[in-house]
Each structure stands twice: as structure tokens, then as C-alpha cells.
Design a protein around this ligand. Structure first.
Ligand code: SF4
Ligand code: SF4
Length: 434
């Protein structure tokens, strides 16, 4: 698999200086009116239903279990204390359409439910696994994959690789969260290394991230089985295949476990640690709200379920003119036209950019999209096959191996919407396969 060519190691302008200056707005304290209600989708990102365990009129606390996915053992916890209201249909950025949401009226008291049973040095592996399930974690780096599945009877694992690379432009949520959570981060990696039978933990961060590096280096010597590795500032260095190749020089067919690795996003590990050692589920997260389409950019700590429109208000609203609203970063995020959707555990960013209209030219057959694709696909061929609705050809071209990184569109000199078309092709292909 060709993961790197010199041309494939593309440095992007990060724009991270907009938010990596240390300012974090604590929404529930600094702007309590912005969190009057919180919203929880009744559907998982894959469209499977979530069983809802509360009814209108019920009183809940921070950490009350309000639902559970029907396809995986992933509980959902309330992020505020208050009263459950009637469900409302609002947009879900993960599902891609308007769906029912549980609504909880925030009493602004943030009373907490009984904490979970925490892990001790006497906890068995079964206790630890049950606690991982109970934490309700999904990958906080954007993928939203249930975390417990990676830790279900791990075999032949030698490395827990913690991804703090955050290679998408504009996003600094991992960067700032790491700096104030190094103790719990290291303690949790140590536990996961021992639990998995691995012999090392590695934290990967991007080069030149001085504050993040210093915060980790100040404590890491207490854990001889954990090391810090800096990787180059290239996109998409944070993609799991790229990172495992870069850090460990290993490749694999389908899953990182085939390369003897369990890989987790850095905030996922911190969140998991808080559940395991402090008995608290993740009920808030930092979202980087940034871009030249906003009057100001900030990192905002907010309860899960806060409406993104409230985050935009805190940033002084939109600039005049047309904007592109992207839940996530500019490379992987898909533009939507509605900001009334809730923050979910895996949403690390809201990027708002001034809209730029490009004239789409004919393909020059320059091959740049293919050369830059980290999954070694032929993006222009995928788009052409989708235009012809040739699903046999799409399958032969390994359509579903596309990770939606956005590189092909980014490098195309003819401004052809390759990624958008390939994403649409994946949706149609999945529907046809059902
Ligand atoms: S979006 Fe898909 S096809 Fe395009 S470069 Fe990324 S992985 Fe390759
Ligand atoms: S980068 Fe654009 S112009 Fe070049 S081959 Fe791909 S689609 Fe064609």
C-alpha cells in the first residue's frame, strides 16, 4: 500500500492560531442562558434507533442514563440536571437529516447522579471491560465508533497508540484538552496497556505543538511504558493507517488489531479515564468554533446536547455574505445549511468559512487526486463511475475504502467536487447493498 509519496505528504495551512491561544469559554458558567435546553438524538449515526429510557416530565441529573443504542452496548447520559420535555424534530449532523431528539430543560444546577463504581488495583479484567462499556464512550476524534469494541478480549496487542495529532485545519480541541488532563491521560493509558496485555503506550502528537508536548513531558517519566512521539505536520497524518505506518512502520488489511495496535483518540482516552477512575461519564466537551465566516473564534467547553447555533452566537455570529457551515473541520466536514443541531460526543469542531465559488473545469488528467489519496484510490475514476451509476466498477475501485479525507478535492486544479461525489456514491452504494 502506497501510504506516502513525497507528494502525498501534504502540509496544509492549519489556521490553528485562531483558537490555540489558551482561551476556553466555559459555556454553562459564562453563558448559562445559552444552555436552556439540551438535545439528544434518538438515532445513532448509522441510523439505528436509540432506546429512550425517559419520558416527558421525568427529572434527570448530570449522568442519568437516558438511552441506550439498540445495535451496540452504548448508554447515553444526560449532560444537565432538569426536566425532560416533549421530543422535538431537529437536524442531526451525524444522521444527515431531521430526526426526533430528547429535549431536557436545564435547571442550571448541574446536580450529579450517583457516580459509577470506579476501578481499583484489585479490579479484574472483566470489571474493567464492564466499566469501559458503562462509560458510553464513542471515538471523540470524529469517527464516533463505540470504544468498548476495541477492548473486547484483545489478543496479540503490543501497543496502545493514542492519537493526539489533530491534523485537520482549524481544530485545536485535542490540543487544549490534553494540556489540563495529562495525569488522567497517562494513568488511563497505563491501565489500558496492562488490560490489553500490551507492552507499551505511545502518545502521538504533531511536531511544534510546544505547550502540549511540555505538559506531557512534565509527567511522562512516571510511566516508563509510555512514550511520546512527534510526527510531521502533514495531512492526513491523523488517519489511523497513516499514523500506524508513520509511528510503527506497520500496515494492515482491515483493522489496526491486525498490526497488534489499539488506536484511540486522545480525548477518548481522557474521557474513558474520567469514567473509570472518577466515576463520571463524558457529559461535556470542548468544541473548536472557528473560521473566517465567524466574527470571533473560540474553544468552547459545553454540555453535550448544546445547540451549535448557541456556539455561533457566543462567537459574535456570522460575518456578512455567504458562508459554509461545517460540523467538523474543512477537509472532512460536510457543509450543511442549518445550525440548529446539537453537539454530540464526537463533534470536536464547528468550522465556518466564507463561501468561495469555484468554476469547475474539465479534468486535466493530471493524476494529482490519485497521487495524493492516502487510501491509494483513484478518485477521478470513482467519480466517473458514480456519474455512470456503474456500481460494479465502484466496487472494483474499492469505493468503501475512501475515508472522506477531502484531499482529492483539495488538490484538484480543476476544482472538481471529487470528495462530495464519492461521499454521495458511498451513501447510494450502502443503500443498494441493504
Ligand atoms: S476523500 Fe477518499 S478518494 Fe479522496 S483522497 Fe481522501 S480517501 Fe482518497
Ligand atoms: S486532480 Fe482533478 S484534474 Fe487532476 S486527474 Fe484528478 S480530477 Fe482530473
Amino acid at each position: 500500500v502506497k501510504l506516502f509519496s513525497s507528494i502525498g505528504r501534504t502540509h496544509l495551512d492549519g489556521h490553528k492560531d485562531l483558537t490555540n491561544n489558551g482561551t476556553i469559554i466555559n459555556l454553562s458558567k459564562d453563558y448559562p442562558d445559552a444552555v436552556k435546553n439540551v438535545y439528544f438524538p434518538t438515532m445513532a449515526p448509522n441510523g439505528k434507533l436509540i432506546t429512550i429510557l425517559v419520558n416527558p416530565g421525568d427529572e434527570v441529573k448530570v449522568g442519568t442514563k437516558i438511552g441506550e443504542r439498540t445495535d451496540f452496548n452504548v448508554p447515553v447520559y444526560s449532560s444537565v440536571s432538569g426536566k425532560v420535555l416533549e421530543q422535538e424534530v431537529i437536524y442531526s449532523a451525524q444522521v444527515g437529516r431531521a430526526i426526533n431528539h430528547v429535549v431536557i430543560e436545564n435547571d442550571n444546577k448541574y446536580e450529579c447522579a450517583e457516580p459509577f463504581k470506579t476501578i481499583t488495583k484489585d479490579s479484574s479484567n472483566e470489571d474493567i471491560f464492564n466499566a469501559i462499556i458503562n462509560a458510553g464512550m464513542v471515538g471523540m476524534g470524529g469517527a464516533g465508533f463505540p470504544t468498548y469494541i476495541k477492548y473486547n478480549q484483545p489478543k496479540d496487542i503490543d501497543t496502545i497508540l493514542v492519537n493526539g495529532v489533530e491534523c485537520e485545519p482549524y481544530i485545536t480541541s485535542d490540543y487544549v484538552t490534553t494540556q489540563t488532563n495529562v495525569d488522567i491521560l497517562l494513568k488511563t493509558i497505563d491501565l489500558l496497556v496492562k488490560y490489553s496485555g500490551a507492552n507499551q503506550g505511545i502518545i502521538a502528537i504533531k511536531e511544534h505543538k510546544i505547550a502540549q508536548k511540555q505538559a506531557i513531558e512534565a509527567k511522562i517519566s512516571e510511566y516508563p511504558n509510555i512514550k511520546l512521539v512527534e510526527v510531521g505536520d502533514f495531512y492526513p497524518m491523523g488517519w489511523e493507517r497513516t499514523l500506524i505506518k508513520e509511528v510503527l512502520n506497520r500496515t494492515y488489511a482491515n483493522l489496526p488489531a491486525q498490526a497488534h495496535v489499539i488506536l484511540n483518540n486522545i480525548q477518548t482516552v481522557i474521557g474513558l479515564g474520567k469514567a473509570l477512575f472518577e466515576g463520571k461519564p463524558v457529559t461535556e466537551r470542548i468544541v473548536t468554533v472557528s473560521g473566517n465566516g465567524l466574527n470571533m473564534s473560540f474553544n468552547i467547553l459545553c454540555p453535550i446536547g448544546t445547540l451549535n447555533s448557541e456556539l455561533v452566537n457566543v462567537c459574535g455570529g456570522y460575518v456578512d455574505g455567504d458562508i459554509d457551515l461545517l460540523p467538523g473541520g474543512p477537509m472532512c466536514g460536510k457543509a450543511i445549511n442549518n445550525d440548529k443541531f446539537p453537539v454530540v460526543m464526537q463533534q470536536g469542531a464547528l468550522t465556518v468559512l466564507k463561501h468561495v465559488t469555484y468554476h469547475q473545469d474539465a479534468c486535466l488528467r493530471c493524476g494529482r487526486c490519485t497521487e495524493h489519496c492516502p487510501a491509494n484510490l483513484q478518485p477521478v475514476e470513482l467519480k466517473n463511475a458514480f456519474d455512470r451509476k456503474d456500481f460494479d466498477r465502484l466496487e472494483k475501485l474499492s469505493l468503501m475504502s475512501c475515508v472522506g479525507c477531502g484531499m482529492c478535492s483539495y488538490v484538484c486544479p480543476s476544482h472538481i467536487e471529487l470528495t462530495d461525489n464519492i461521499n454521495k456514491a458511498k451513501l447510494v452504494y450502502k443503500l443498494k447493498k441493504k
